[in-house]
Ligand binder design. Structure first.
Ligand code: ATP
Ligand code: MG
Length: 415
């Protein structure tokens, strides 16, 4: 059988009859925001379909088809459902999805599906129908009543329209009738690849991986850029970034990590920039280097994990001064998030455990004791006059390694 992990819970959730041969299983995938996209809708849906197919690599899925307001995953073996469900929760653009069985478009066939979908009949239930195929002879309320009555003939239960223990969903579409009882939440947002490319500065801390995740959720494809203080530190922060990129690649399937040895640039800054302006000078240099990467990678914007007021370097004045080092748009998805919100999101998306691993982010002699909270662009330009900016950017780029990551096999390959 296929090489997917058959989780024990499959048999706990579904009745034994679900494994009978001859049943046609589909996952009905629904989306919310794409529905609003007017003329681009078809393109959005194709991207979503391609991403869904890619996410289900290696699982027994024969195809993914698109319909005006749905995607249908054709599932060849229902035992893969737990794994399918796990992966669909990573696909941005999906608002929710249901495991459904396809039946003949008639009331008795739909009612019979109850027995392959429900293991233990609940005490109360209701039927909710949707009729996409207008030629079907019954109206939506008539379908609900008729299917409900047919199920009640098989299983005594109470009908509770307000707080049913189980909702039996029915959809009549052009390609057949579908019955389902699950309603799984997807991650929402827009399909990765529909909003352009962004180079995100990834530090290995808690914030920047969350920033990258949120940009992916808005449809961006991310190129990651990490700066190590090598040769003054060990590569532990780089190692963490690898782990983070490996994890995040499951949302975009292919990633590139640019790891830049930034130590010599920092050393040069230490020599000519006053201590309290150094962090701002580092950040401005990071943006210039990231901008060069962005041009090479056709990224339209840079992204950071900065959040207003979190540390002294992240004041409005400093952020504006940092922005002046680049012509590119700088996106800060977490700008208005508090630390506890960011931490909770990092835990939810799985990056937190990697981020809190100890690392050598920056060597002590490179970190100043205080940071100016109101460094102006003019002040920075004055102290940077001593620096050969282009020379330092080129130096950093010549000490940059690129690694490729792929999902499912997120094995990095260096170049
Ligand atoms: P994080 O948890 O993302 O490290 P932080 O709260 O530690 O954020 P800073 O260290 O001030 O904040 O960094 C602000 C932002 O600058 C980071 O979110 C990241 O986008 C970028 N940045 C900082 N250090 C690095 C680095 N070594 N490599 C790449 N980007 C960095
Ligand atoms: Mg940091």
């Amino acid at each position: 059988m296929a090489d997917f992990a058959v989780e024990a819970q499959t048999s706990d959730e579904l009745p034994a009859r679900a494994l009978e041969p001859g049943l046609e299983w589909r996952v009905i995938v629904r989306f919310s925001e794409i529905a609003l996209k007017g003329r681009n809708k078809e393109w959005f849906m194709r991207v979503l379909r391609d991403n869904t197919e890619r996410a289900l690599t290696g699982l027994p899925v024969s195809k993914v088809t698109i319909r005006p307001n749905r995607c249908f995953v054709h599932l060849e073996d229902v035992r893969a459902w737990p794994e399918v469900r796990k992966r669909l929760r990573w696909v941005f653009g999906i608002s929710n999805f249901s495991l459904a069985v396809r039946t003949k478009p008639d009331i008795d066939a739909l009612a019979e599906a109850f027995d392959v979908l429900v293991r233990e009949p609940p005490t109360s239930f209701c039927v909710r129908a949707q009729r996409g195929e207008k030629s079907f002879p019954l109206t939506t309320p008539e379908i609900e009543r008729a299917v409900g009555a047919a199920i009640l003939r098989r299983h005594p239960m109470t009908v509770d329209l307000r707080h049913p223990e189980l909702t039996f969903g029915v959809e009549i579409q052009r390609e057949g009738a579908f019955a389902f009882v699950t309603h799984e939440e997807g991650p929402g947002g827009l399909p990765v690849g529909t909003s352009g490319r962004v180079a995100v500065l990834l530090s290995g801390g808690i914030d920047s991986p969350v920033a990258a995740y949120r940009l992916m959720q808005r449809g961006c494809r991310i190129v990651f850029v990490h700066f190590t203080s090598f040769p003054f530190t060990d590569p532990s922060s780089w190692e963490k970034c690898r782990e983070l990129v490996k994890l995040l690649t499951r949302h975009q399937f292919e990633s590139r990590l640019y790891a830049c040895q930034f130590g010599y640039v920092q050393q040069r800054i230490v020599v000519s920039v006053p201590a309290e302006l150094r962090i701002i000078a580092y950040r401005r240099m990071m943006l210039r280097i990231a901008e060069a990467v962005a041009h090479r990678e056709r990224c339209e914007a840079l992204g950071t994990g900065e959040s207003l007021g979190q540390v002294g370097s992240q004041t409005l004045t400093n952020m504006a001064t940092i922005d002046r080092a680049t012509e590119l748009l700088v996106l800060r998805p977490l700008v208005a998030w508090g630390k506890s919100e960011i931490t909770a999101e990092a835990q939810r998306i799985g990056t937190y455990e990697i981020s809190i691993e100890p690392d050598m982010d920056c060597c002590q002699f490179l970190v100043p004791p205080r940071v100016a909270t109101h460094a102006t662009a003019e002040e920075m330009e004055a102290v940077e006059r001593e620096l050969d900016i282009q020379g330092l950017v080129d130096l950093a780029l010549s000490h940059t390694e690129v690694e490729e990551f792929r999902w499912p096999e997120s094995t990095p390959s260096r170049s």
